[in-house]
Structure formats: C-alpha cells, structure tokens
Design a protein around this ligand. Structure first.
Ligand code: GLN
Ligand code: ZN
Length: 764
C-alpha cells in the first residue's frame, strides 16, 4: 500500500490566528501561557484536519511561533552572545529578541535582531543562523519531541520535521568570511543524534529531514557533507526511519549524492523536477521509499489527478506500492490555507484552485486511487477532470486577442527609437532639469487617514466620488509640499494604491484578488498575492487620471508610476498552464499600453518599478541567463513604446548588482534609482568596475528607519557617488518609496536632501 503524507502545513491558521496571538503577546495583552495555549489550538486543528483528510504521515514540528530555522538555531544552541543566554533552555523572550531585536530599557541596552533573508526562491523569510568558528552546539530545546508528544496525547501519530543539518549549516553566516561552517558538521550531528534518539524513544517511526540545499549547485565538498551526516545518523538510530526531503528544484548534479544517502526514504519535487523521476526509479537503493512530490505546494491550482495518478502508478510499477509515499512538492507553508474561506472567488474560479486544506485532500485521493480505491472517489475524479477541461478551454482564461498580440511582438517593440545619448538630448530639451536633479521613488506616507478612507469606501460608507475627492486632495497636498521643498521631478504619492501589485491586478482582466489567501512572509507577517488566472487584458487605463491630475497642478514634471512586469509576476500566484515568460510578456504588453496612455496624457517622465527582478533569479546559477533574457526583454517591451523625449525610469530596492549589472544595463532605462545608503558602498563599488551607461540615482537615505536624514550625511554620500558616477548623470533620491514613513519624518528628510543637492550644485 502507498502512504499518504504531508511535508508541512501552513502555521498561520485559516484566519491568521497565530498572527493575532503572537502580536497580542508582543503587545503585552496576553501572557506566555495564553500564547502557548492558542498555539496548541492551531496545531491541534491542523493535525485534526489532516487526519480527517486521510493523511497517514502527518507532520509535527512544522509549526513555529516565528520561524522554523530560528527554532533550529535555538534547538542546537546557536544563540549569539549578544542575547546573553549562554546556556540552558532558551526563554520565549530570548527567542523573540533573536527574531525581532529588543529595544533599550532602563536596565538593559537594546539588542538588534538577527538577519532575515529569503528561504530559497520563496517569499518566506527565515532568520539566518549566525555561526562562528568557536560555536559549540548543544541541545537547548526539545520542541520537536514536545510537539510529537503533544500530538501523541491527542491520539495522532506524527512524522516530526527538522531542518537537515547540512542545509542548516549552508544557510548560516559568519562574520569571518573565510570560515567554512561545514567544519562544524560533526558537532551539529551530535545534537541531531541526541534529538532523534529522544524522538525514537518517544515513539516516532519516521522523521523528515528537510534538505532543500540538495536543489542548489554545490561544491563536491558540500555535497559529500550529506553522506557524512546521514551515515552517522542512520547508524546511530537503526530503529528510526529517516526521510530526506529535497524540494524547490530538481536534483541535477546532486542526484548521485542523494541516491547514495543511507536513509529509508527520499522525497523529490516532481513539480519542478519531473525529469528526475525515471532516473531515480532506476537507481533508487533497495528498500528505500520514494516520496513523490506531486501536488504543487507553491501555487494555488488544483492538481490534475489523472495525470498525477498516472505518474504515481508508473513509480509504483517499478518500486512496488509499499515503497511509495504521495506528497505535496514541498511544505504547504507557501500556499494559502483554505479555499472554502474565500469570498472573492466565484464557484467556477474556485473549481480551478486548491489551497493547503484542499491539497492535503488531493494527496489523500491520489493515494486512495493508487491503492485500488477508485470506486469510492469516482465522483471526485470526474469533477477534477471536468475542472481541468474547463480550465483548458474557458473563455474567461483564454483570450485569443491577447494570445495573438503576445505572439506577434516584434524585436522593434523592445527597442527605443534612439540610443541613450540621443534620447538624453531630447529629454533635456523638454525637462530642463538642473544638475543633480532631485526626485522620490513614488509613494508618500500611507497615513491612517488614507487607510481609513479606503476602508470606508470598501464598506460603502464613502461613495466613490467622495473617496476620489479625498485622494485628489492628498495628491494636491503632496504636490504642494514637493514644490515648496524644491524637488525637481515630482510624484503624485500613490495614495490610491493599497499595494503596488494588487492595485494593478484589480484593474486587469485575468487577475483576481483573494479575500483571505494569506501566506506567511516572515514572523507574524503575511502577504496576500493576487492570482493571475488568465490571459491579461487591460479594459481601461489604470493610473492616467491620477497622474494627469497631479500634473495639472504644477509646472514641474510629474513622474508617472507603474509596477513592472517582472515584479507583477514575481509577487503574484501565476498560471501553471504556460511558461512564466509568457505570462510576463502579457504583463509587459499591458504596461506598455499604460505607458503609452500616460505619454499621450502629457506625462514626460514615467517610472516602471522592478524591485523583484533580482529575487526572480533561479536557484541555480546555470539557469540565470535564460531568466534574465526574458525578464529584461519584458521590461523593455513595457518601456520602449515611447518617444525619445519621454524619460523612462526604473527602480530596484537592493544594492547587490555585481552579478546582474549587465542585465540591469541592458534594461536601458534612462534613469535607474536603487538602494545604496545602507550598503556600505557595495553599489558604488559595482559601478566603479562596471560603469553604468545611463543616469543613476543611488539612494542617499535609508527609508527603513524613522530617523530624519541629515544634510551632511547625504552630502558626503553624494560626494562619494560623484567619484564613481559622472556628475551629469547623477540623480538625488531616497533609497525607496516613503509609504511606511510618517510625514514628520519625510518632510525634514526631503528638505535636507534638496539642500544636499543644492550644495553639490554650488548653490548654497
Ligand atoms: N513606487 C513604489 C513606492 O514608492 C516602489 C516600491 C518598491 O520599490 N518596493 O512605494
Ligand atoms: Zn524600493
């Protein structure tokens, strides 16, 4: 018999119960005991749900109050010294201090949080382990055992999930860059041995060790670490079955290493690594179980049951049913919780989708059919086949006009009429900007009043006309402020936007927003990505009225503000029935049309933001070029349909460009603004070795901090920039948009910024 399994369930709760509990604890509204009780309720309801769905291997320890990598650091005793918790169990407050920092109080100085970064290519952020040469690992938390026993007491046998020791070390950082964390593998494995022994004693039959690092490009030395670690764990724990889970990609160069692991089970991601299957089936060790990651854990689409059952049958025909586990491709942490909760989606739309709860049912159904039980689920299979057929043919999804336009994009469409030097002349004539022109990145503070007005409009308490009047007033205030401050290129401030992707998604055919499709982003934070379900069509201009209104108020140029195609793609759930590149091209065409409408409305400067370009990079370096090629092409399609004299800007909020600078240059924006002030000169170093051909605005102040930026700091940053960037191509702007700041922070900072630019011009 094949076994139905799950790798992990979203921990936030169907109504973000965990968020509310954790935030209430932070605010001092509930105590630790109540927090733990509420967390236990969330865990229990998820275990129950999976049991009822028919999952045999139900995960435990997939839960976390903040982050599972942080949990691992605490478990193995990797608590940096500054948290002053040298030994023994790690308290809840130390745990949260590691996650979020601690502010100074009367009796203790403040302590910064640990660094956070993206978990592989997902939008989930983990707390980066800090491991130094002298790190001594020791078991300082028994969370995996505690949660295993908690489930056991409820009559539920679970499969504990741990971040594998090699992935853990490979994700860590050290202030000593020459230090190889794998040198500490032996000591770390000692701790894992200890915890696995305790799990075995408590009655665990299987444990799941997540080693997604096996889907990265590794050195031989890194690869061999897996063999060493698991040889030790297997021999120390003969009675415990270990499943090594690899996900987020195919195995490629790591296939041999994965197959050689002396473990009882291997999980592979068949959504992203379908091509691996035959090879693995042919070479998998005697008696090793294969966990087939068939249900997409990274997206919201319903699984094609007929197709996945056929794949499962093929695997079972080679290995025998007993060695088959059916699973999602990766933990369901990355999918929203429950489609049944959705109010925004009609029945047909829902019939195409599955969130975490629906996905575990799919796993159970596939397993059931594979085990010979088709009769009982005949209805489900028929409904699934009907949904698949309707997705293939629905006119809500397929728009021949859009497809045809996308297919007939010509190379000219991704090229501006003239090269940058020509365009620059034309733009100077129209814009007549001073040297070191000043501008901002687009948004101004999203004040409580703005949020309130939007909420009132959504509840119907404000009419559309009243709401629009309110927004116009906001825009006018922003324009007046910018004029008074002396900024050169103004913005309208984006007060009408709830979110830079959702705002556009709401206005496009082929896009839909959910009411409750939250996915954890970090800690208690979740995002609600809109869904691209069909061919993308723009029924009407999306931004022109607002921008044109702002322009009507002033003689200064107002910069039109759009979100770029790659960022729209990256921050949405996307179609799985066509390549990402194709969806991106449709987005590019839609934005191109908007750019054209802005230009026709008299807008002379237009910015197309691409903050997500970098995070779209594939996990493996060898796949980068293919991605960058279509991503840059899409940006160019979106931005090249304008006259020479229209100045096109782009913006990205990171400073690490070394490895993609050629692609950034190939985007051929007239002006690019980027984060710089926090990066210790990384950005400027890049431009020293790779001169950027067009104009650049390296951010002169950090918008992430409430601190008011001082003129001197910005002047000295600018003087450093002038060393690297020719002065006639240097812009002056903050690191990023100002929506998260308050006006009383923004106003003085921008005044100082304008002062700094004037100083540089020799005007003061
Ligand atoms: N134009 C956007 C803003 O100013 C850009 C945001 C971003 O880069 N993430 O808010
Ligand atoms: Zn930004």
């Amino acid at each position: 018999m094949a076994t139905s399994t799950n790798l992990g369930f979203p921990r936030i709760g169907a109504n973000r119960e965990l968020k509310w509990a954790v935030e209430a604890y932070w605010a001092g509204k509930i105590d630790a005991e109540e927090l733990q009780q509420r967390a236990a309720l969330v865990r229990r309801s998820h275990w129950d749900l999976q049991r009822k769905a028919g999952i045999t291997h139900i995960p435990s320890n997939d839960f976390s109050l903040y982050d599972h990598v942080l949990d691992t650091s605490v478990m193995v005793g990797a608590v940096p010294e500054r948290y002053d918790a040298p030994e023994g169990p790690v308290s809840l407050d130390t745990y949260f201090a590691m996650a979020r920092g601690r502010s100074a109080s009367d009796d203790a100085p403040g302590v910064p949080a640990m660094e956070m970064t993206k978990w592989f290519d997902t939008n989930y952020h983990y707390i980066v382990p800090e491991i130094n040469r002298n790190q001594v690992f020791s078991l300082r938390s028994t969370k995996p055992v505690d949660e295993f026993l908690e489930a056991q007491a409820l009559g539920i046998q679970t499969r504990p999930v741990l971040v594998g020791p090699v992935t853990y070390l490979l994700l860590s950082k050290s202030d000593d860059h020459s230090f190889d964390p794998l040198l500490l593998l032996e000591g770390l494995v000692d701790v894992y041995e200890n915890i696995l022994k305790r799990l075995a004693d408590a009655g665990a039959e299987w444990v799941q060790m997540d080693e997604p690092a096996l889907s990265l490009t590794l050195t031989d030395k890194q690869r061999s670490a897996f063999g060493r670690a698991y040889a030790r764990l297997s021999s120390a724990l003969p009675g415990l079955n270990i499943l090594v889970a690899v996900y987020f990609g195919d195995l490629r160069q790591n296939t041999k290493a994965a197959l050689a692991l002396p473990v009882q089970g291997l999980h592979i991601d068949l959504v992203r690594g379908r091509a691996d299957l035959e090879n693995i089936l042919a070479k998998l060790g005697e008696g090793v179980s294969l966990s087939l990651g068939l249900v997409d854990g990274r997206n919201i689409w319903k699984t094609d049951l007929e197709e996945t059952i056929a794949t499962a049958r093929r695997a079972a025909s080679v290995l025998g049913h007993d060695r088959i586990f059916i699973a999602p491709s990766c933990s369901l942490l990355h999918s929203p919780v429950d489609l049944d909760n959705e109010k925004n989606l009609d029945e047909e739309m829902k019939s195409w989708m599955a969130f975490a709860k629906q996905k575990v049912r799919e796993v159970a159904t596939i397993t059931h059919v594979l085990n010979g039980g088709s009769a009982r689920v005949a209805g489900k299979l028929a409904a699934n086949a009907a949904a698949m057929a309707s997705r293939r043919t629905s006119t809500r999804i397929h728009n021949p006009v859009v497809k045809e336009r996308s297919a007939s994009v010509t190379p000219e469409m991704s090229r501006r009429t003239s090269a940058y030097p020509e365009r620059r002349k034309a733009q100077q004539q129209v814009l007549r900007l001073p040297s070191y022109p000043t501008t901002t990145i687009g948004s101004f503070p999203q004040t409580p009043e703005i949020r309130k007005a939007r909420a009132s409009r959504n509840r119907g308490e404000l009419t559309t006309a009243e709401y629009e009047q309110f927004i116009r007033q906001e825009i006018e205030n922003s324009v007046r402020f910018q004029e008074e401050t002396g900024l050169d290129v103004l913005v309208h401030g984006e007060p009408e936007r709830n979110d830079m992707v959702e705002y556009f998604g709401e206005q496009l055919d082929g896009y839909v927003s959910t009411s409750n499709g939250w996915v954890q982003s970090y800690g208690s934070r979740a995002v609600k990505p809109p869904i691209i379900y069909g061919d993308l069509h723009r029924p009407a201009p999306m931004t022109v009225d607002w921008i044109a209104y702002a322009q009507s108020l002033t003689r200064q140029p107002v910069k039109g503000m759009l979100t770029g195609p790659v960022t729209m793609l990256q921050w949405s759930f996307v179609r799985d029935d066509q390549p990402r590149s194709e969806t991106c091209r449709q987005l590019a065409l839609v934005i191109r049309d908007e750019v054209g409408d802005l230009e026709r409305a008299g807008i002379r400067v237009i910015q197309v933001d691409e903050p997500a370009l970098r995070e779209g990079l594939p996990l493996r370096r060898e796949d980068w070029d293919a991605y960058l090629e279509w991503a840059v092409e899409c940006f160019r399609i979106a931005t090249s349909g304008v006259e020479d004299r229209t100045q096109m800007h782009t913006h990205m909020c990171y400073a690490a460009y070394d490895d993609i600078i050629d692609s950034v240059a190939a985007m051929d924006a007239d002006v690019i603004s980027m984060e710089n002030s926090r990066s210790d000169g990384t950005l400027l170093d890049t431009f020293r070795t790779h001169p950027y051909p067009n104009e650049i605005g390296p951010g002169v102040y950090d918008i992430h901090s409430p601190r008011v930026a001082e003129t001197d700091e910005m002047s000295s940053l600018l003087r450093r920039a002038v060393d690297v960037i020719p002065s006639e191509r240097l812009w002056v702007n903050p690191d990023c948009g100002l929506k998260t700041r308050r006006w009383d922070e923004v106003k003085p900072s921008l005044r100082h910024m304008v002062e700094a630019a004037r100083e540089l011009r020799g005007q003061s």
